[in-house]
Design a protein around this ligand. Structure first.
Ligand SMILES: [Zn+2]
Length: 221
């Protein structure tokens, strides 16, 4: 092999090694798909088939994860052994606080597809947050999460969001939202659908369908 081909070989090997070792920002990781990015939040949806792993990727912000499937996953930080198995469950909300850049990978160690949303808070409003809109399911310094589990025909308490929030359906649902004057909107939503609301809102949430449904709301602090 002449010097030229040695150069090409060294380049190819270093690119392959680099691809395995250099972490990427979460929104550039190939299994994470960008769903929403605005001034306040970055939302990515991760999907891993059984046996698949993400690349090492880096999170920079306080964040919440919302599982969209029942699955078994493990996690791994660079240079450390793989974690023990962790059970993901539809509607599970995990609040994580950032202490600087955090790099890891996620591996689907089970037999079912793993799907989840990752909501990263880029900027909070400058003024202090008011009271919570309901029972707090999970929180970190940047956001609170509420979870509304709705049997067919059930309606949540009327509640007020003083802060911008993201509404997430973790199941297919015929969702009826009603304001205090009785005006309502009905939407047929799929598992993983999201909607960002940057306004003060008072509403109740009702399940107009025939199967159980669940809504997670992530509200900025
Ligand atoms: Zn609400």
């Amino acid at each position: 092999m002449n010097i030229y081909w040695w150069g090409v070989l060294v380049l190819v090997v270093s690119v392959l090694v680099g691809a395995q070792q250099s972490p990427v920002p979460v929104e550039q990781e190939p299994h994470h798909h960008l769903v929403l990015k605005n001034d306040s939040v970055l939302v990515v949806r991760v999907k891993l088939l059984p046996g698949e792993s993400t690349l090492f990727h880096t999170h920079l912000y306080d964040r919440m994860t919302v599982d969209l499937s029942d699955a078994t996953i493990t996690r791994q930080k660079p240079g450390e052994p793989e974690s023990g198995p962790e059970t993901a469950k539809v509607g599970r909300v995990v609040a994580l606080e950032s202490n600087g850049p955090f790099t890891h990978l996620v591996h689907n160690a089970g037999k079912a597809t793993f799907e989840a949303l990752d909501v990263e808070v880029l900027h909070r409003p400058t003024q202090a947050a008011g009271p919570a809109a309901g029972k707090v399911e999970a929180e970190n310094p940047s956001a609170r999460a509420y979870k509304w589990t709705l049997a067919p025909g059930a309606t949540s308490a009327m509640h007020t969001h003083e802060r911008p929030y993201l509404i997430i359906s973790t199941s297919p649902l015929v969702l009826k939202m009603t304001d205090p004057e009785g005006k309502s909107f009905t939407h047929e939503v799929k598992a993983g659908d999201i909607h960002w609301v940057d306004a003060k809102v008072t509403h109740s949430l009702a399940n107009e369908g025939t199967t159980a449904g669940q809504i997670v709301e992530i509200e900025l602090k």
